[in-house]
Design a protein around this ligand. Sequence first.
Ligand SMILES: [Zn+2]
Length: 462
Amino acid sequence: MIDIFIFSHMKKILLLLLLPILAKSQQNDTAFIKKIADEMLQNGQAYQLLHYLTKNIGGRLAGSSQYNQAVQWSYETLKKFNSDTVFLQECLVPHWIRGHGDAAFLINKNESNTKKPLSMTAIGNSLGSQNVITAPLLFIENFDDLEKKKEAVKGKIVYYNAAFNPTNIRTFKSYSETAKYRVYGPSHAAKYGAIGVVVRSLSEATNNFPHTGTLVYNDSFPTIPAICIGIEDADYIAANAKTGNWFISLKTHGKMLPDTINHNVIAELKGTEFPNEYITIGGHLDSWDICEGAHDDGAGVVQTMEILRTFKALGYQPKHTIRFVLFANEENGTRGGLKYAALAKDNNEKHIFALESDAGGFTPRGFGFTMSAEKIAAIQPWLFLLNPYGTEFLELGGGGADIGPLYKNFGTPIAGFIPDSQRYFDIHHAANDTFEKVNKRELLLGAVNMAALVYLVDKYGL
Ligand SMILES: [Zn+2]
């Protein structure tokens, strides 16, 4: 009896002794995160950096001269921000070029061949038709529909009309449900003898910009030309051309050149206690050629650079080494992310956490993590610290294409920054992904939340 009494009494005393320390540490965290936010919101340079990247360099697909310009510019800027080291990491990337003069028309054979020009873009990594090809349109809702109609595919141009499901509140869910038609649809159709493929853009936009992206050919089947068309044209086809005597004619000029050398750009802040343990923050430096790549992923690039600038400006000395990584070739190969993880393995590096921003520069909402449910539960108290800046949840599921290989190689916990997603697919991979679509405060607030999360992981671990 007495023993239990003493024990519980001691526990109380211990807790009373610890409480001020715990409270103090939380006060310190609150104060430091406020410092991060104040520095970024008052002196942040992310928006100006984004202006340079989008307007002076512009679209920067793997293998392009613009990509190399972006490497040069970001390398020099990260040096100016006084990172402890900045270095380039070489990787071989696919070198796809679009060519010039692509076009497509919808032809109504019942109405004396009325020709409607389609707002189109060739799908990335697709090989061009070179000459004009014209064939009957075969309207396809989804892959089940393709199976049902497989006998009718030969010699046709297949049109995939899979639309975003508007009831998904998270628009990335709609994207993940429909991306397969752009990525694998061309080879699925070629398997049954199609000579070309047209895909409804992966978007819910209320305009007619076509959205590109990558495809993956299955080498067992002919590498047929493939394009995406704008949503207004897609709706027109859905309303008029499901039945009747409709043709499509198209001409594309895509070409795959031999692989070429690009670089990841990496800056480091050396850890004071665990210099050989790494935290990675990043975005991808490449973008599609038809746009400025402002939200995708200029935003992630300049947020990453901004966090380095701010940590330096505040004199922050991390316990672990923090790597700020601008990845090469996310869009049509993910070779930059693969190379980063492969070298980490070769060099026996210990990676404790990686965070990527590749969902646009919109208002922060939360973070999605790929790690154990126990770890997710353990960090929920951080919400209290992050919530004043916009983070509403720390949830299971998330990461990024460039940091996925770290999880695969090492089981490193990874996270993706999740901003509001309602407008992302209006501009994603389309010519209207421009600087003007990015709001300065939203962009900076994203960087604030990312920096705060990295600070907490560096201090407490996962
Ligand atoms: Zn991206």
